[in-house]
Design a protein around this ligand. Structure first.
Ligand code: MTE
Ligand code: MO
Length: 201
């Protein structure tokens, strides 16, 4: 009886994990690094974060100002288009809503831009209401440069290419403009649950 019950529990917990895996994904071991170019190393005293584009006025935070914003701890499952997923990753970050507070804009879209020139596009509504953060800690430690430190976008409900590493700001736009991977065959939206990997998915 004990044996059967242990086996049953084991299957149940792996079934629970697999229900958190979007179609076509597998569980990664470790934390793979995926970067289209070299890792930039911007010193914190030169770092800033800017909201620009279709806004009444640009807003910019220095690193010290950004650190003074209210941050949250986040636990999230993340999914890379190359098919690995990682469950229950732990981050600390400033919710994007806090950065957009008081910003007046007619924009419906955003292009996140990063040191090194990477860009990615998202609907503005996917960045607000507790769905996205500018994260600067991972697993209780300052975010590794390889994983986007000092700070990266974290949008766990979309494929991870939307979570721009080394992010330096958000450009608000009226229309949906393809970013780096979106100009190279990746989906404009990128919902892992609908397997929106590439153009036409
Ligand atoms: N600036 C920048 N951000 C980026 C990328 C990149 O090449 N440059 N790669 C994206 C892709 S395709 C993925 S899967 C994730 C990988 O994040 P990780 O290296 O922390 O696993 O970062 C995304 N953000
Ligand atoms: Mo990716």
């Amino acid at each position: 009886m004990a044996f059967i019950s242990r086996g049953f529990k084991g299957r149940r917990s792996s079934a629970a994990d697999s229900s958190r895996l979007p179609p076509g994904q597998y569980l990664a071991t470790g934390f793979p690094v995926l970067s289209a170019g070299p890792t930039p190393h911007t010193p914190l005293e030169k770092w800033s974060f800017t909201i620009t584009g279709e806004v009444d006025q640009d807003r910019t935070w220095t690193w010290a100002e950004f650190q003074a914003l209210p941050a949250e701890d986040i636990t999230a499952d993340i999914h890379c288009v190359t098919k690995w997923s990682k469950l229950g990753t732990r981050w600390t970050g400033v919710p994007v809503s806090a950065l957009l507070e008081g910003v007046e804009s007619a924009a419906d879209y955003v292009t996140a831009f990063s040191d090194g020139g990477y860009t990615t596009n998202l609907p503005l509504e996917d960045l607000v209401d507790g769905k996205a953060w500018v994260a600067f800690r991972y697993d209780g430690q300052p975010l590794d440069p390889e994983h986007g430190g000092p700070a990266r976008l974290l949008v766990p409900h979309l494929y991870l290419w939307k979570s721009a590493k080394w992010v330096r700001g958000l450009r608000l736009t009226l229309d949906d403009r393809p970013g780096f991977w979106e100009s190279n065959g990746y989906n404009m939206y990128g919902d892992p649950w609908r397997e929106q990997r590439y153009w036409g998915d």
